[in-house]
Structure formats: C-alpha cells, structure tokens
Design a binder for this molecule. Sequence first.
Ligand code: GLA
Ligand code: ZN
Length: 661
Amino acid sequence: MDIGVDYYPEHWDRTDWEPHAKLMAEAGFRLVRLGEFAWSKMEPKEGRWEFGWLDEAIEVLRAQNIRVILGTPTATPPPWLAARHPDILNVGKDGRALEPGGRRHYCYTSPVYREYSRKIVTAMAGHYAEHPAVVGWQTDNEIGGPKCFCDACAKAFQDWLKTRYVTLEALNRAWGTIFWSQEWSDWSQIPLPRHSMHGPSILLDHQRFHSGQVLAYHQVQVDILRKSCPKQFVTHNCMGFYNEVDYWALAKSLDRVALDFYPGNLWGEGKFNCAGHDYTRSLKHQPWMVMEQRSGLTGWLEMFQAGDLPGQLRLWTYQTVAHGADAVVYFRWRTSRFGAEQYWHGVLDHHGVPGRRYRELSRVGAEFAALGDRFTGASYVAPVGIVLDPESRWALEIQKGHPKFDCLAHANLYHRAFTAHHAGVEYWHPADDFGGAKILVVPTAFLCDEALAKKLTAYAEAGGTVVLTFRSGVKDAANVVVNERLPGVLRSLAGCLVEEYDAPVGREPFVLALAAPLPKKPATATIWCDALTLTGAKALARYADGPFTGMPAATLHRVGKGQVVYVGFQGDAAFYGLLAKWLLADQGLASPFAPSDTVEITERVKGKERFLFVLNHAATESKLKMPAGKPWRDLLTGQKTGRTLTLTPYDVRILTPTVPA
Ligand code: GLA
Ligand code: ZN
C-alpha cells in the first residue's frame, strides 16, 4: 500500500526539488506521477529530445526512495506541433478547430497526431524502460473527449460504417432510413451527425465510432509501452462512470485501472461516492489505484468547490482502500502559481510551507507504513452485482424517454440501497460471467440481445436472483425498437408483459401498493411506469392511483432454483431500501450492522484474514452497535472493540476478528 503525489517539477525552480522530495519522503509519500503535461519541455522543437531535466527530477526523488509513474504527455500537444500541422486540432460541431492553449484539443483520428504521439511515446519508452525508479506508465490523461468533426473523422466514420454494415442496403435497413427520406445512396453522403434530428441509430453508431477512435489512438501508446517496457505496468487515469469511451474495453488494454477522485460539494461527497470506486475496481475485477485524489480546495477559472474539512482527506484515502485500492496518489503536490488551475490546491499551498493538509496526509503516510502490505491482494467482498452496459447507457443518453431520466443515476439507486445496507456491490459488463454474485441487478437493459437473455436465464435457473427493470429489451443493436412485446427477449424470464407504459412528465409520483414478500409500506413511482400483465410471475407491487390503478407495477417470478424481480418504474428511495432489505435477508446476506447513509462498512478478505473497514462520513459523532460475539481488534489503534463503537467525525476503523475466531 502506497500513497504518493502528482508532481510537476517543471513548474518549480530547480532549487525547490530537493526540499520538495525531502518533505514528500517525510510524509511517507512513496510514489510520484510525473510528466503527463510536459511535452513542450521534453520535445521543445520537433525531434529534439530533452529528458535531462526529467532524469534529474527522477534522481532527486529516487534519492528519497520515491518511485515514479511516468505520464505520456499527449493530452497537451505543444504549440509548435499545432502550428506546423493544424489538421491535428480537434474540430467542433461548428466546424471550427479548437485553438491551442488548453488541453485535449487534438483529433483522435489524425494520422499525423498518431505519428507524433507514437514518436514521443517511443522516445520516452526507450529512455526509461530500464530505469530502476520508474515502475509504471500512465497513458495520456483522462482520455475520451471531445468528439471531433473534422474531415478525417467524417471519412473515418464512413469507413467504419462500411466495415460494420458492408452494404448500404444493410445500413439503410438497419437504421430505418426510409424515415424522412434518409436513404443514403453513397457512403460519402453520410455525415458526422451534428444534431439529434438524425435519429438514434446514426447517433449510437457515431458514439461507438468515437469510442473506437479513442481506443485505437490509445492502443498505439499501449503497444509501444508493452513492447519496450515489459517490466513496468501500464495504467490510465479514468473518471469514474465517464462513458465517452468504453472503459470496459479500455481496461482490457491496461494492467491496472486508476481513478481520479474529486469528492466535494460539486460532485458529491460522503459514503455513496464509493459507487465510482466500485465501478473502477470492477472494470478489471482486480485491485486498482487512485491516480489523483483531491488534496485541498478546488477551482479553475470559474468553478469553485469548498475546501475539505479536517479529517476528510484521510477518510477519503481509506474509503478507496476500503473498496480494494492499493495506492492513492494525491493531486497535486504544491498548488500552481500559474495556469488554469491556480485555485486547484495541492497538499502544499502556493507558498510551499507545510500546513494542515500536509500534516493530515503525513498521518496517513505513517499509518500506511505501519499497516505495510496487510491488504495487498485482499479481495473485496461483493455479493451484489449490477450489470452496466456502456452501449445501453449511450442509447439511453441519446434518448432518455423522460427529461429527468438518467440511466446511470437510476442504476445507482440500487447501488445506494445495497450500500446503505452494507452489502458490497460489483459492477459487471453484460459479456462478463457475473462472478459469484448472488443478487444481480440488470438496470434498463435497453439493448438486450438473446445472448444476455440466455445467460440471465441460466443464472436464475441455477439459483440466482435477477432484478430486471423498465426499459429493458427495447432496442436492437442498431438502436431500433424491437418488433415484439416488451420486455422483448426478456419476456419469459420476467414472467410478465408490458401492457402499456407512461413517462409521467410533470405528474406527481404514483402511489404504489406493495405486496408480500415486500412489506406493506409507502412507496411511489415516477419517471417511468410500466403497467404489467402477469404471464407466470406474481405481483410485488401495484399502482394505487393514476391511469394504471390496480395493475401490477413490479413482479416476482420463480425460475428454476432462482427468481426474477421485474421493477416497472423508477421508485423513491424508500422503495429501493425495502427491496434491498428483503433481497438481502432472503439470500442470507443481511448485515449484522444497522443500515446507514453515513457510516460505511465494507469487507475485504485475504486467505483466512477478514478486514472490516468502518468509515464515518458524518461531521458528527456516530455510534455503531457491534454484533454480539467476539470482539474485534482495530488495526489502527490496536484496541479491542466493545459493544458500541464510538466514531468521531470522519473517523476510520479497520477491524479484524480477534483470535481465536
Ligand atoms: C483532472 C486532471 C488533472 C487536473 C485535475 C484538476 O483530474 O487529470 O490534470 O486538471 O483534474 O482539475
Ligand atoms: Zn478529427
């Protein structure tokens, strides 16, 4: 387990480097990411490589036993490159090229940009492949956007469509271009879609194409690093649930996935932030790391977010460890005096004198040193699975069906409910095997195919619990509505049919009447409401008012040794709480701890060792009633627990069973 910092030696005087490295080492930072925006310093003129300054910076860090992750600097092409080859610039929907000066202003398709990227990555890889202090590589930086509308991309999109559909007839048929006289009679007529009047089929394919271009661009770098640097790992800093590029596919090319984690009042903070952690871990179902974690007040030119409160930096660090991470790198070491991020504070303020945040993280450094490799390789206990399909997300983002419908937020209502009950959640791609999940939620399987339907059926027959929802089995791969009754290919598994549906825009939520095994407690439905007919399932909930009064709204279907729940609406928080509670109890997975929205409890196991992470996200003291039985030992304090655990604000406990078990 390591902590580290993102460091930009090129922003500071040479005389600052030694004192910086010394302070880092004293705080227990053992990892540093370097170089990811320093192209103009590594290649100040075309073909003139200058790695001397970077060699020196790495030596200064190495002298303090700090290891280095190098970033390839391709998110920030230098001005000379854009001046010589303006065609590398990303072109917006308005046809205008982005001006150089910020970052991410390149085109993923541009063969020229790929060539320059290849050159600098090759030069760096050649220079650092054998460096003893360099342990890994980060490719580019937060790759994915923006989409590019240049001529090269237009041509590449047409070629991509040709490969996918082979003939124009097939494309016209698949997309239904007879609608509004859009039947393309030559590939060259097909534009990059700039507006939504085109319809969902071309928009989904354009998104697939864009993601594919990003992946192809990225793979150029991965191939070089794999070939030249076999001893060093390759990672990329992802942004949680960001979906401009298919992260599941991106993760396949990486050795490990990294997350950039910026909790706060803007992006949300507290216990339920861990959804992004769970997703990041799930992309490879392996230990992961944080490449950038917030370390102070944040802000750019126009956007600001309140500073962290004392204890939160430490808490957020343990939150990542609690969810399976084995390294946390903070963004950034010292706050920049210039550039767009002057308000994006690092561990040190602009002046560089260590303060509260430095001291807080030094405490973490000391604790990590004492814990050693205790959790390295420990797996995360997650009996609940959520299937998240990047393509269904794209399709549902193109066409929400209700202005307030957000398919990711909907999926994460389930994550939230299970997490409130302290049940670990793993996300799964539809092509995965779903591991050993006992409860598998498949929210809005919009583009569901036969293969997924079969897999889910086999999973239920073998004893699994599947939760299906509204907007499932609706579309085919071309984003065209299926020619059958909903939920399409999932009909027999669900044991119900969608008789009629409504997206009650502007209406009050409908009241639900829940039926056993759900308790008769109040719950409501909103955003989307399927009125169901039973074809083998029984009703779990019925509409108690509105146009579908009396009709089933949710169902339960026994299938083989398992069961399938179909939820035909987006419910309120109370509904998901009741559903999660029942399903966990039904599967013998109920936590011995009372559910909580602020106290987070997760479990990791390593061989026979069990670790419970208990995190208090509340700004106030919290009391946790411990289950009866043997006491636990807190690895951080060495103390045994009593019947009640008193947690101070932002407190962290790591509990392990006392011996003998
Ligand atoms: C992202 C980037 C960093 C930095 C931070 C803070 O995560 O990867 O380079 O810009 O945001 O804004
Ligand atoms: Zn382009």
